[in-house]
Design a protein around this ligand. Structure first.
Ligand code: TEU
Length: 566
């Protein structure tokens, strides 16, 4: 049997990602908390999902909303206590929900005890936990940083007359994985959480943990493409195998790496079952589709094409056809809301496109990951003013534009589509003040469209809501193993409006038809046998008319349908 057909709970499960800061506040401080998550577990269970992934909840000064951890074995004060955490975990277990935590170990916070010690003196026992460049060796070779105003990943420290490396903000120093003590600390910390009973880790920027630590000067070909030059380093797989052997292999858990910079040809190095490294990862190809070439944050000036979208998914499906396993997602805390980005959030098309995208994620091979609020079709907030943005990424890029006399107006326009804060606004629970998220002042503004039907309360009682479609579609996936394990085959490859594919497992075969168009489209699919076809789901009451003889479909704007063919 193909390895990819071996049944596993993490292949059959559906993941629901929570950004705890924005999910549910119970204390009135305007920040979501663990008690809030506990309060909403019944809601989550009723969605039909199985696994909850929590963005970081560890102690953190919040320079990058928890991705700067100052204590890996404690809880962020704003979120609650370890008792709250233990209660949340046991409540989840009672409901049969699994919990995946975020593992952020390329870097920690500069307020972590390790770094506080490390910067004290060159002789400090923690000195070698981080990458230091002594100033007497001259200015360190250029390294680019994501969140640094000057895009410089080296920060000078006077006390010890040396620079430290930070691929992200100045408050996120990179850990030195080459030091076995660092690795052991991390494995012990992972063991601590597994022993509590968590079910896995999502691994933040995992390919960055290994670097060429001789820090060579960048070659001429560099041209800003930093990933091939100073991420995915020489010891990456050695570390992942060691981590697997020392920790992961001891538990029935799942792992998903955030595989920035990993292309199809290297994919199986991470997730081929025989290599014993990770179970799944998130690739970045889709995320780059609507951005300028080589730019993470700049929107493309022309429109992305459906054929490109199909090509990415077909290419990645093929990689995992025999071994390994994929992961499917359309948004997360780093990228804009899926309906605004891949669908169409105008009044006319919001419902159909949000439900069409649900149909897509839940009918593809690979574990589907949903992001809180996606189930109700939450949209981009599109802030007009820099003061409304809370994300260090936007704020520091803004500062750098101001410093360089750049076009501030164009920057804000770009952020309306590109910013991470689009996806970080509070969960929209009801029409109550602040969408029922908090009784206080929310840490980030709520999207006002909670008043116009984009909230849980209004949708839960409405049979034909985005939310209830989501639940129906979850059911369809669960009832049809073919949608989980079946082979994927693309049809109508060159069609720019309709995404059509089949899924086949032994005798079972489904046809998925998805419109990405604002127009009514006709297609012919005469190569398939529709004799016994049965409609499993459609997001439009007045669903496609199938003319039996020549299999002509007339598909409405953003319509989605799944037919069981045999
Ligand atoms: O993101 C890594 C990453 O590459 C992002 O910088 C991404 O390119 C960017 O967010 C696009 O807008 C991870 C986390 O998911 C992110 O939230 C953290 O800020 C980052 O690592 C640092 O830990």
């Amino acid at each position: 049997m193909k390895k990819s057909l071996e049944r596993q709970w993490w292949k059959e499960g559906i993941v629901y990602q929570i950004y705890p800061r924005s999910f549910q506040d119970t204390t009135g401080d305007g920040v979501g908390d663990i008690r809030g998550i506990i309060q909403r577990l019944d809601y989550i269970k009723n969605l039909g999902v199985d696994i909850i992934w929590l963005n970081p909840i560890y102690k953190s000064p919040n320079d990058d909303n928890g991705y700067d951890i100052s204590d890996y074995q404690n809880i962020m004060e704003e979120f609650g206590t370890m008792e709250d955490f233990d209660l949340m975990l046991s409540e989840m277990k009672k409901l049969g929900l699994r919990m995946v935590m975020d593992l952020v170990v390329n870097h920690c916070s500069d307020e972590h005890q390790w770094f506080v010690e490390s910067k004290k003196s060159r002789e400090n026992p923690y000195r070698d936990y981080f990458h230091w460049w002594p100033a007497e060796n001259g200015t360190p070779p250029e390294r680019w940083s994501f969140f640094d105003v000057a895009s410089n990943a080296w920060k000078y420290e006077k006390e010890t007359d040396a620079y430290y490396l930070h691929y992200f903000s100045q408050k996120q120093p990179d850990l030195k994985w080459e030091n076995p003590k660092v690795r052991q600390e991390i494995y012990d910390m992972m063991t601590f959480w597994f022993d509590k009973g968590i079910d896995g880790f999502r691994m933040d920027v995992i390919p960055f943990i290994s670097k060429d630590i001789s820090f060579p000067e960048l070659p001429k070909e560099y041209n800003g493409e930093f990933i091939p030059y100073y991420a995915n380093g020489p010891k990456l797989h050695e570390y992942l195998r060691e981590m697997n052997q020392k920790v992961l292999s001891k538990y029935d858990i799942m792992t998903v790496g955030e595989a920035i910079g990993v292309s199809v040809d290297r994919a199986l190095d991470f997730v081929d079952d025989d290599r014993k490294e990770l179970n799944m990862f998130f690739h970045f190809d889709l995320l780059a589709l609507d951005r300028e070439e080589g730019e993470t944050f700049k929107m493309r000036s022309d429109q992305w094409k459906l054929t490109e979208f199909k090509e990415i998914h077909s290419k990645w499906d093929a990689v995992f056809a025999e071994k390994g396993w994929g992961s499917m997602f359309l948004n997360n805390h780093d990228f804009p809301r899926s309906v605004s980005r891949w669908g169409n959030d105008s009044t006319a098309h919001w419902y159909n496109s949000a439900t069409m995208l649900h149909t897509f994620l839940l009918s593809m091979k690979g574990t589907p990951y949903f992001y809180y609020g996606e189930e109700i079709g939450m949209t981009n907030v599109r802030f007009n003013n820099i003061e409304d943005y809370k994300d260090i990424n936007t704020i520091n890029r803004y500062k750098s534009i101001v410093d360089n006399g750049g076009d501030v107006k164009a920057f804000i326009e770009n952020e309306k589509d590109a910013s991470r804060d689009n996806a970080r606004t509070p969960m929209q629970w009801s029409v109550a003040a602040n969408a029922g998220f908090t009784t206080g002042k929310p840490w980030i503004k709520v999207n006002e469209n909670y008043k116009e039907g984009i909230n849980v309360d209004s949708q839960i009682s409405d049979k034909s809501s985005v939310l209830n479609y989501f639940r129906r579609m979850v059911d369809v996936r669960k009832q049809n193993l073919v949608l989980i394990y079946g082979d994927y085959q693309l049809l109508l490859k060159d069609n720019e409006e309709i995404y059509a594919y089949t899924r086949t497992l032994d005798e079972d075969r489904c046809l998925v038809l998805l419109s990405f168009s604002t127009k009514k489209i006709s297609i012919t699919l005469d190569e398939l046998n529709f004799e016994t076809a049965k409609l499993l789901i459609s997001n439009d009451e007045d669903h496609a008319v199938r003319v039996k003889k020549d299999a002509v479909f007339s598909i409405k704007p953003y319509q989605a349908m799944i037919y069981k063919l045999s």
